[in-house]
Design a protein around this ligand. Structure first.
Ligand code: HEC
Length: 101
C-alpha cells in the first residue's frame, strides 16, 4: 500500500511539474517551422518573422492556445504535419518565444 501511495505521489508530482511540450523535439520543430511557416511571417512582420510571436499584442497566451494555433495553421496551410510534428513545433516556439512553464 505504501508503495502504491509513493507511486501515485510520484506520478502526480511529475504531471504537475512537466513543462508543456517537453516531449517535443525543438530542433525538429524549428526545421519544420522554418520550412513551412516562416516565409509568410517574414513577409508580414519583417525581419526573421519572429515578430509574430513576440509582438506586444500577440494572440497566444496559454499553452492550449499555442497548440490550437499550430494545428489551425497546419490545417490552413496544408503543411501536412502529424500530431508529433505539431508537438515539435510547439516545443520550439515555446522554448524560444512563449516560455510557458
Ligand atoms: C499565409 C501566411 C501565414 C502562414 C503560411 C503561416 N502563418 Fe502563422 N500567422 C500569420 C498571421 C497573419 C498571423 C497573425 C494573425 C493574427 O494576428 O491574428 C499569424 C500568427 C501565428 C501565430 C500566433 C502568434 C501570436 O500572436 O502569438 C502562430 C503560433 C503561428 N502563426 C504559427 C504558424 C505556424 C506553425 C505556421 C506553419 C504551419 C504558420 N503560422 C504559417 C500568417 C501565416
Amino acid at each position: 500500500m505504501r508503495a502504491l501511495f509513493a507511486l501515485l505521489a510520484f506520478i502526480s508530482f511529475n504531471l504537475a511539474h512537466a513543462a508543456p511540450f517537453d516531449k517535443g523535439d525543438a530542433a525538429k520543430g524549428k526545421a519544420l517551422a522554418d520550412k513551412q511557416c516562416q516565409a509568410c511571417h517574414v513577409s508580414l512582420f519583417k525581419g526573421d518573422g519572429s515578430g509574430v510571436y513576440t509582438r506586444a499584442d500577440r494572440k497566444v497566451k496559454t499553452p492550449g492556445q499555442l497548440t490550437a494555433r499550430i494545428s489551425g495553421c497546419n490545417a490552413n496551410t496544408g503543411a501536412g504535419w502529424f500530431p508529433e510534428d505539431e508537438l515539435h513545433v510547439a516545443a520550439y516556439l515555446n522554448n524560444t518565444y512563449y516560455k510557458f512553464k
